[in-house]
Design a protein around this ligand. Sequence first.
Ligand SMILES: Cc1ncc(COP(=O)(O)O)c(C=O)c1O
Length: 440
Amino acid sequence: MKSDSSVWHPNTQMSEWTKFPEIVSAKGMWLYDSKGGKMLDGVASMWCNVWGHSKSELVSEIIKQTKILQHTALFNLTHSSAENLSKKLINLNPKMHSTFFSDNGSTAMEIALKIALQYWRNIGENKKTNIATLENGYHGDTFGAMSVGYVPEFFSKFRSKLFSTLKFPVPRGFRIPKKMTVNEYQEQCVAKIEEKLEKDDSIAAFVMESGAQMAGGVIIYPKNFQNQISKICKKNNVLFVLDEIATGFGRLGSMIEYKKQNSTPDIVSFGKMLTGGYQTFAATLTTKKITESFLGEFSDMKHLFHGHTYTGNPTAAALSLKNLEMYEKFDLINKIQKTSKIFESRVGDIYNLDLVGDIRHKGMVMGIELVHDKKSNKPISFSQSINKVVFEEGRKNQIYFRTLGNIIMLVPPLAISQKDLNFLIDGTIKTIKSLSKKLS
Ligand SMILES: Cc1ncc(COP(=O)(O)O)c(C=O)c1O
């Protein structure tokens, strides 16, 4: 490693970095570094920040709860933070019945998978052991999550140790097969799923991100796609498992995205924005039918074989409850819908840039796909990683970027003001223009 620090950074070629900017504090939308510089948090600190940094109500809640009860296990015990948060989550998801808490999105998805697989064993349907999913999805970095959310660029090194899944293409408007309209492509994608689920009675669950694939490059599902899969699952006795970790709680413009999509999951996971982006926490919710299948005599061994040290941590749970209450108090979803229009109104400005091949936007996320030139649509490339180049150029314009391959992700804190959002978009435009000079 070139850096003199012993910290190994996530998804990072460490040899590219001699020093990482050191963030010493953050307030509102801004991250402040040790050299007196500042950057607007263009990725909501990995898509989780809701209100901006150092929001006093949330900080106070952490302090308040920390003074009373910092951590106690949920093994044999309970506490009001977990109880009240679960009630709130069920309130937001009235078709759900129980909440299993965990530490991060990946574990929330591992739990969803284990619950789905064990459900069929609990009710004696031992044949149902396969998982169906969409190509290009992402559900986290642990082995189960990698198996269902296989992004080849990320996970090919581990492929031999991943369990196999049935993968179906996802409809998108960019780079679709030649001589097909987007609608025809969507119909073909849905037909493939329907055909397989009708024939194959070994499928335990269909797992997908709700509303859009985020890490797969902001692939926003066309209208009715999720709803059609939901119906196909119900018709064919396959559990429908949704991942709202990155897309729920307002990121795509609605509090609960699956409701907007007119779809009904049997199991759904939330994370990221759950704590407002201040602590690590996640939740997996299940319907009554699923929860009750785990009941029986102890000797039946039907209970869920899963638990983490910090499952249901009181500080994170109290913080999450406070955060969700603030969504209502400040009518955040309404505000997001208004702010999102700024994104929409600026699409043309960004699309006009030479290096922009495609833009995908919904709610408070925008994916800007960089290409070498508009004619060939070849992905952009530099001698260094695209992320490093974009990050450094962005820093000059006071924006913190973290790209996904050749896609610039604009994922600001949800409560960003219209003025700050325009600052982010102006800085993005300046950054993309400056990239032209760096092309190899
Ligand atoms: C849709 C989705 N699911 C799961 C995860 C994993 O969450 P975590 O990074 O908290 O483990 C992510 C992370 O980006 C995600 O986008």
